[in-house]
Ligand binder design. Structure first.
Ligand SMILES: [Zn+2]
Length: 312
């Protein structure tokens, strides 16, 4: 078992933008725990944000990341995403529209890669937890056999998602995922969805370890992240749509994503070549907590109902 990444607070040197004025969290390699402070940053870094590739395990990650507190309000990912889309549209309008058209076509061709399809295939009926659920877009897509739960760090988004989830008997908690996961009972959920979430998470391996704990045996996890190995990143360099500073802090390849899932004790059940095509900016992986016993669902339900730490 590897050690957890060491996180310490440091102050960036100088700078005038609001981002530079925020205290940042120093990160060791989130996959193997190596401290790569002395390694040179990658050329695709965008100062003051430093991308590092771990020489020990080849994980690519942002070494100086914003702490959770900054992500709750001033750097909520919805705001960052909206701004990112505007910036891309203004910088290269023709390329932006071509990519959006191609994505729409690809969704039609690979229709299996829809949240509802993956949920039906890999999540047993019951409670499904969406990490970084935003305003609840994915919770809407879950089949009727699933009860939607979520965790969202953005306060406004969490409140909106909670109202929708409550209509189907679910709940959305506001806060950072790791802190809230640690307070949830073991074996609580039959599925966990991480769509466009893990690339934002400062502590991805501890989060996956908690997911393995809160899943019931036989429960599934579905992960979608940008694919750092894609051709678009190699061709476009720093203009690749997957580079988003500072809100993307982990840049997975198929190898490093698979390795992290295994280190969390989850069993990969789907990650074929079609799920991480180099022609796609993203990749999908499904894993499962293998069954050795059946959780006592009545006690789990009772424990979940007694938890009332949501601010929503
Ligand atoms: Zn490493």
């Amino acid at each position: 078992m590897i050690g957890c990444p060491v996180a310490t607070l440091s102050q960036p040197s100088g700078g005038e933008s609001p981002q530079q004025q925020e205290a940042t969290t120093f990160r060791s390699c989130p996959l193997c725990g190596c401290n790569n402070q002395l390694a040179a940053p990658l050329a695709t870094s965008l100062p003051p944000w430093e991308l590092k590739e771990c020489p020990a395990c080849q994980m690519v990650y942002l070494e100086n990341a914003l702490p959770y507190q900054a992500l709750e309000e001033s750097f909520a990912w919805q705001h960052q995403l909206d701004q990112h889309r505007i910036d891309q549209q203004q910088a290269t309008p023709q390329s932006y529209h071509l990519r959006r058209t191609w994505r729409r076509w690809r969704k039609q061709i690979f229709r299996r890669k829809q949240v509802a399809d993956w949920a039906e295939q890999f999540f047993p009926s019951g409670k499904v937890l969406d990490l970084g659920c935003g305003r609840g877009k994915n919770l809407h897509k879950l089949p009727g056999s699933h009860i939607p739960f979520g965790i969202e760090i953005g306060k406004d988004a969490a409140q909106q998602a909670n109202q929708d989830a409550a209509q189907r008997g679910g709940k959305v908690w506001q806060g950072d995922c790791l802190s809230i996961l640690k307070r949830l009972p073991e074996g609580s959920f039959q599925g966990v969805l991480l769509q466009s979430y893990l690339e934002h998470e400062i502590h991805p391996l501890p989060v996956l370890l908690e997911i393995a704990r809160v899943l019931s045996y036989g429960g599934g996890v579905v992960i979608k992240v940008p694919n750092y190995d894609c051709w678009s990143r190699k061709i476009r360099g720093q203009k690749w749509c997957g580079f988003r500073f500072p809100d993307h802090v982990n840049y997975f390849t198929p190898t490093t994503l698979s390795e992290m899932v295994q280190r969390a004790g989850l069993s990969q059940v789907r990650f074929g070549w079609v799920d991480h095509l180099p022609t796609s900016d993203t990749m999908w992986l499904a894993a499962r907590k293998m069954a050795v016993s059946i959780s006592d669902q009545e006690s789990v339900n009772s424990a979940l109902e007694s938890i009332n730490f949501s601010t929503c």
